[in-house]
Write a protein that binds this ligand. Structure first.
Ligand code: MN3
Length: 252
């Protein structure tokens, strides 16, 4: 007889634990933990040609439909092999990688990170020449926080662009809210992410507010080796209202 716990056993155990932990009497209707896998690829929040002329439609099609889809598939494959963490949200998974079974730590870091980062990246941008997209932020709290941390909006953009330009090889530049309440610009390699406890240095950890993908697949068709030109153009796509909402939510 197979004594390995099955996925159903795990869910039943989790539900029992949740019931045992509940302070109030429980009924038969108490829901089991929300299922979170397998993960799926959401459609882009705009048309694939909506970011022209700054990011071309073929780049968006491949980046979303092939690269991002591959991260989703890789994450689902890892969770199929090791079903225990399937009750965790994506943020819980990538935030606590070192608490996962060792056999899936690397795939969750790479593919789970890739899924989270790309979802965040698409939402960090918006249709050029529409309200709130590009230019400077209008939200007073965001403007004040950026000015306090970096001197001015222009200085923030300059420092963020430098971090994105200097990232050697593939990776990301981030604006984060740190645990001490200050804003910082950091950069991570590959699909690492400032939420990843024990993976990124503690000095680079925080809640992401804005992220820029500087893997070559993000810009090569239009910009080839000219990453700085891509970064300069990308500022025309930044979704400032979304960044402001993230800051407000992170401070709660
Ligand atoms: Mn990418």
């Amino acid at each position: 007889m197979n004594t390995q716990p099955t996925r159903r056993d795990f869910i039943a155990l989790s539900a029992s634990a949740a019931l045992a932990a509940a302070a109030s009497p429980v009924s038969a209707q108490t829901p089991a933990p929300a299922p979170t896998g397998p993960f799926t690829l959401a459609p882009l929040p705009y048309a694939k040609d909506a970011l022209l002329p700054h990011i071309d439609a073929l780049t968006m099609e491949i980046h979303h439909g092939k690269h991002h889809q591959a991260y989703v598939n890789g994450l689902n494959t890892a969770l199929k092999a090791e079903p225990a963490p399937a009750t965790k949200s994506l943020e819980e998974l990538i935030g606590g990688i070192l608490f996962l079974p060792e056999s899936i730590q690397t795939p969750v870091r790479n593919h789970g990170g890739g899924h989270w980062n790309h979802t965040f990246f698409w939402e960090s941008m918006g249709v050029v020449n529409t309200p709130g997209i590009g230019g400077e932020p209008a939200d007073p709290a965001l403007t004040a926080a950026l000015t306090k941390a970096f001197g001015s909006i222009a200085d923030f953009k300059k420092k963020f662009s430098e971090a994105a330009t200097k990232r050697f090889g593939s990776g990301w530049a981030w604006l984060i809210l740190k645990q001490d309440g200050t804003l910082a610009i950091v950069s991570t390699p590959n699909q690492d992410n400032p939420l990843m406890q024990g993976i990124v240095p503690n000095t680079d950890r925080g809640i992401p507010l804005l992220g820029l993908d500087v893997w070559e697949h993000a810009y090569y068709i239009t910009y080839q080796n000219k990453r700085p030109d891509y970064i300069t153009a990308w500022w025309n796509l930044v979704n400032w209202p979304t960044v402001a909402k993230r800051l407000a939510a992170a401070k709660k």
